[in-house]
Design a binder for this molecule. Structure first.
Ligand SMILES: [Zn+2]
Length: 151
């Protein structure tokens, strides 16, 4: 017996969990303040194994790649199943542990060469976001980026 709702976590409706997490949700969750880090395949694997939310976001991103035709975070390159991102950029809430989501963006091979450090790649992605969906985007100090570096 428990004194709570009477439902355990397996019995609660799953609709909320199954609804697609949108950019709008991300913006609300983060209050518009988030950090962007660069992930290699090695550290994205570690994240997938330890963070169910990020794993779901990545799987969804890849599963819908042919429908959504996602652009490179820094240029107009369109990813496909045959040519997925070389590196990933991940945007996560800063100072809000309750924020549940993350936003993933891919970087193409050319941009990874053109912007050879995490800092230059993030700056290029931020400029691209400012030109498009996020005109009021502001970057936090890079000291807050804890997502790891490139090999
Ligand atoms: Zn690119």
């Amino acid at each position: 017996m428990d004194g709570g709702s009477g439902l355990n976590r397996h019995q609660r409706p799953r609709a909320a969990r199954q609804r697609r997490y949108s950019i709008r949700d991300f913006h609300v969750d983060t209050a518009g303040v988030f950090s962007i880090g660069v992930l290699t395949s090695l550290n994205i694997t570690a994240l997938i194994l330890t963070n169910e939310g990020i794993a779901a976001t990545l799987i969804d991103w890849l599963a819908r790649i042919e429908q959504t035709r996602p652009l490179c975070a820094c240029c107009d390159f369109i990813f496909t199943r045959e040519v997925p991102p070389t590196l990933w950029l991940i945007a996560q809430a800063v100072g809000n542990p309750a924020a549940r989501g993350a936003m993933l963006m891919g970087a193409c091979e050319d941009c990874c060469v053109r912007y050879p450090t995490n800092g230059t790649l993030i700056a290029a992605a931020a400029e691209q976001l400012k030109r498009g969906a996020w005109p009021d985007l502001r970057l936090l100090d890079p000291a807050h980026f804890g997502a790891g570096g490139r090999a």
